[in-house]
Design a protein around this ligand. Structure first.
Ligand code: ZN
Length: 226
């Protein structure tokens, strides 16, 4: 299964510690930083190659660690919530039944996690499904089924059978980022890897896709603040 981690597959930052040890080890510390421990004999190139091969595992671990250190929402009056890359305040009002968005703010009577998850899932489905079908039809990238769910470490994935999963927490990201994740997973219906040809296909559909990778790398953890 191909998964898209919370950070990009390229330019993974790490701290290198060389010592008398015999094997290479990777560790994610409490600050969500990658620590690479290496024997003296290995060249930087060999270390880079190893990191590259393990990038999927590293990205998932970093994402998990980041999501654990992110400050969680308290659901109080005027607290800001993300929607399509912008922040909107929460207004608490007893008259409201289910969470409501009026274009300027979120309005809720209780304002809790479940309230937001439900609203975010529904909003994401309305926005993402037509976009998924638009890109699939326009670029003839046929997928089988799509599932919308919240996930801790992946923004999306595409199985061997071309079933696509999309993480609805992406509703907090700008539309360009949602498009990138959709196109990334659709490109996996053609290439089950992250080869040059895979990235060339993504770039041919979304020439600016690197900005979205950068956005996810810098802001991805914020999408786990509920
Ligand atoms: Zn991928």
């Amino acid at each position: 299964m191909q998964g898209l981690g919370l950070t990009n597959n390229q330019n993974i930052k790490y701290k290198l510690v060389r010592s008398k040890r015999k094997t290479l080890s990777l560790q994610i510390n409490k600050k969500a930083q990658l620590i690479v421990r290496s024997p003296h004999r290995l060249s930087n190139k060999e270390i880079e190659k190893f990191i590259c091969e393990k990038s999927e595992w590293i990205n998932n671990k970093i994402a998990l660690s980041q999501s654990n250190i992110v400050s969680k929402h308290r659901y109080i009056e005027n607290e800001d919530f993300l929607y399509l890359g912008n922040l909107y305040p929460l207004i608490l009002s007893k008259q409201i039944k289910a969470l409501l968005f009026d274009g300027k703010s979120f309005i809720s009577s209780i304002g809790d996690k479940e309230d937001f998850l439900k609203w975010y899932k529904s909003a994401f489905t309305k926005i993402a499904i037509p976009r998924l079908n638009y890109y699939a039809d326009t670029f003839q990238l046929k997928y089988n089924k799509v599932r919308i769910k919240a996930q801790k470490t992946l923004w999306g994935s595409c199985s061997k059978e071309n079933n696509i999963n999309l993480n609805y927490l992406l509703i907090m990201a700008p539309v360009a980022v949602i498009d990138y994740v959709i196109v990334h997973e659709l490109a996996h219906t053609v290439y089950k890897n992250h080869s040059k040809m895979f990235w060339a296909l993504v770039a041919s559909i979304l020439p600016e896709y690197k900005n979205s990778i950068k956005w996810l790398k810098e802001n991805g953890y914020k999408l786990h603040s509920l």
